[in-house]
Design a protein around this ligand. Structure first.
Ligand code: ADP
Ligand code: MG
Length: 314
């Protein structure tokens, strides 16, 4: 018997490309991969990354304030919001078209601009380490520190870059609205770029100068939606131990315990595969009916059928 699953899909950088024209093209094949799952009867909720896009918007807004002194600098939280809307627009458009091609003429696709609450005492704020935006000279970096209060770090001999904190997501502010839309069978795109980071100040949600990892935000979303699966789609078909070494071994099926052991042994690169495996472990740990899978964007359908990908479960 075929069981309809509620699936949170986290899309990586290769689903969107690096520039405006690249994204227009990339979303077409991304939409095909997502529609394969919708056609198979699954309920799909989409989260996406925004690294190149938020960097591009941040640079453009910085150029604006350099050119026009009346335009103050744009907060990073606003840049994330802009990236969610822009990426959501392209994805909504591509999904609508692909759905119509397959006969789903009435399936609505909707993007939710999503705020995600972070803890102002998260230790990540003490040690901002995630580089964003363009490279600067020493002089430009010093100016940015003084003028905008940025924290600048030298990046591997290539120049200076702004670094921001990457705190853990605590609560998805629009969670109830997302649940209602998903329950009503709408195709929802949300928590883009990991969500707009905000901290609670009384009734006010204040945008934070931070970025949330989309893999962790997808995990929280999947838990709160009561999803059956969290699928992280990226540029590799499977997760490996001894990645890139002679004794590299591609993994198919992992228990949470095995995955934790491999994390401790340092098999997964920080900032790329580590957050994915950690998010997969967290989701799978939340219940015996919950499976996480990491695979290539174009292998999602085969992955759900158990033909490829790396699965993590209790
Ligand atoms: P995304 O944009 O999908 O988040 P990332 O580049 O952040 O993609 O992470 C995926 C990349 O992680 C893979 O393309 C691969 O090069 C790298 N990687 C690091 N460690 C591993 C590992 N142990 N197994 C597989 N891939 C790994
Ligand atoms: Mg990544």
């Amino acid at each position: 018997m075929y069981k309809r699953k509620r699936i949170v899909i986290a899309l990586g950088g290769n689903a969107l490309g690096n520039t405006l024209p690249e994204q227009m093209i990339a979303v077409k094949s991304t939409a095909q991969a997502l529609c394969d799952l919708i056609e198979d009867g699954h309920q799909v909720v989409v989260v996406h990354g925004n690294g190149p896009q938020v960097g591009m918007i941040n640079n453009a807004m910085a150029a604006l304030s350099r050119e026009d002194p009346n335009q103050p600098n744009t907060p990073l939280s606003v840049c994330v919001a802009m990236s969610q809307a822009y990426i959501g627009y392209d994805l909504q458009n591509a999904l609508r078209e692909e759905l119509r091609k397959r006969g789903f003429v009435r399936t609505p696709v909707v993007t939710v601009v999503t705020q995600v609450r972070v803890d102002p005492d998260d230790p990540a704020f003490e040690n901002p380490s995630k580089p964003i935006g363009h490279f600067m000279t020493k002089e430009q970096a010093e100016h940015a520190e003084k003028a905008y209060g940025y924290i600048m770090k030298e990046d591997a001999g290539r120049g200076y870059r702004r670094v921001v904190a990457s705190p853990k997501p605590v609560e998805i502010v629009e969670q109830d609205a997302i649940n209602s839309l998903v329950d009503a069978n709408k195709i929802v795109i949300c928590c883009g770029g990991g969500g707009i980071p905000v901290t609670l100040q009384g009734d006010h949600l204040k945008g934070a100068s931070a970025v949330i990892d989309k893999d962790f935000a997808s995990c929280l979303l999947a838990e709160k939606l009561g999803a059956d699966m969290l699928i992280i789609l990226t540029a590799v078909e499977k997760v490996a131990i001894n990645f890139g070494k002679e004794n590299e071994e591609w993994l198919e099926d992992l228990t949470v315990e095995q995955a934790k052991k491999y994390i401790e042994e340092g098999h997964f690169a920080a900032g790329s595969m580590l957050p994915k495996v950690q998010a997969a472990v967290d989701f799978a740990s939340s219940g015996p009916d919950r499976t996480a899978m990491i695979t290539h964007l174009n292998k999602a359908r085969n992955g759900i059928m158990g033909k490829t990908g790396t699965r993590i479960h209790l």
